[in-house]
Design a binder for this molecule. Structure first.
Ligand SMILES: Nc1ncnc2c1ncn2[C@@H]1O[C@H](COP(=O)(O)OP(=O)(O)OP(=O)(O)O)[C@@H](O)[C@H]1O
Ligand SMILES: [Mg+2]
Length: 303
């Protein structure tokens, strides 16, 4: 069953240069033409090139590509700044003494805190999920960052559960003291904030783990390195209960022995469906328009 009020999501993962942006665009085009509705393609790659492929300049507000199809390039620096400021505000609300630290003045340093980029990108996904799209196709950054963003809700839930348990222990000790003193207990804003965060991540996990809500594709090209990386991505997703929808072997040359060998190895390595997309010549249209040639070849079964 679809999760209420959530857009359906599609993620393209894979090694650098295998064709994530190209296939995200091809998929978005095909989806929009076959299924209709409001479709968004969103680049989460800090090094955007979605706009270049489309031949237009994109920003954080949806630009219309054609009837029903829109595109955005998330402004990474802005997302990072907003996310940090948002976290500082939350912390200051809970711990008044933090105001003396003047955290806002140190954004340039805080942005390097591990997890900041992932947190910022996840926040953007969360925001887009709640918007009114039939389908959102994410053109993801290279593997490492992409996986860390997708798996962040699980990690956060793990920590929040432990922090909540710790806070509960503190509160129960406090209650004991208060009952001895005869003072009444007050609502604890820290535990409320922890629970609110935990619920937020739980909803995201539900959306990402729901096979009807979220489709994950791994794109690979016919090379041993790309095949190897695809196995690692698939394993990480599996370990985190995220189902892979299909494997897309891109840039395939059917008369090339190496390509045929990799195809066989890919078939042997994965239990999910595998689709092959051909290497298309660039003579006629130029490399940016490769996606237009590939769009009709996207199988309808994965839309
Ligand atoms: N099926 C194909 N046939 C021919 N060229 C292709 C095909 N798919 C992608 N390309 C070309 O390969 C290059 C890399 O594609 P693309 O930018 O889509 O990959 P990417 O995985 O998004 O890369 P990055 O990790 O840098 O974002 C581009 O020049 C693109 O035109
Ligand atoms: Mg790309």
């Amino acid at each position: 069953m679809l999760i209420r009020d959530s857009s359906q999501l599609v993620f393209f993962l894979g090694k650098g240069g295998v064709g994530k942006t190209t296939l995200s665009l091809a998929y978005a085009l095909k989806f929009s033409e076959v299924k209709g509705g409001r479709t968004l393609i969103a680049s989460l790659d800090p090094a955007h090139n979605l706009g270049n492929f489309l031949g237009m300049s994109l920003g954080g507000a949806p630009s219309r590509i054609q009837e029903g199809l829109y595109a955005v390039e998330i402004d990474f620096e802005e997302a990072l700044r907003d996310s940090l400021i948002n976290q500082i505000e939350k912390l200051k609300g809970l711990y008044k003494e933090l105001t003396v630290w003047n955290l806002e003045k140190n954004l340039e340093i805080l942005r390097w805190v591990p997890g900041s980029e992932e947190q910022a990108l996840l926040k953007e996904i969360e925001r887009i999920v709640e918007e009114d799209w039939s389908r959102v196709i994410f053109d993801m950054p290279p593997t490492g960052l992409a996986l860390r963003v997708i798996l962040l809700p699980k990690l956060m839930q793990f920590w929040l559960e432990r922090l909540e348990a710790l806070r509960e222990r503190i509160l129960s000790l406090r209650e004991t003291i208060e009952s001895i003193r005869g003072t009444r207990g007050q609502k604890d804003s820290v535990i409320e904030a922890l629970r609110e965060q935990k619920n937020k991540y739980r909803r995201l996990i539900e959306i990402l783990e729901n096979r009807e809500n979220s489709y994950f594709f791994v794109v690979l090209e016919p090379s041993a390195v790309s095949l190897d990386e695809s196995r690692k991505i698939s394993k990480s997703l599996e370990e985190n209960r995220i189902a892979l929808k299909a494997l897309l072997l891109n840039k395939f040359r059917k008369y090339d022995e190496r390509d045929l060998r990799i195809l066989q190895q890919a078939r042997d390595s994965f239990s999910v469906p595998l689709f092959v997309l051909p290497f298309v010549g660039r003579e006629s249209k130029g490399e940016e328009r490769v996606f237009e040639e590939l769009a009709p070849l996207i199988p309808e079964g994965i839309l």
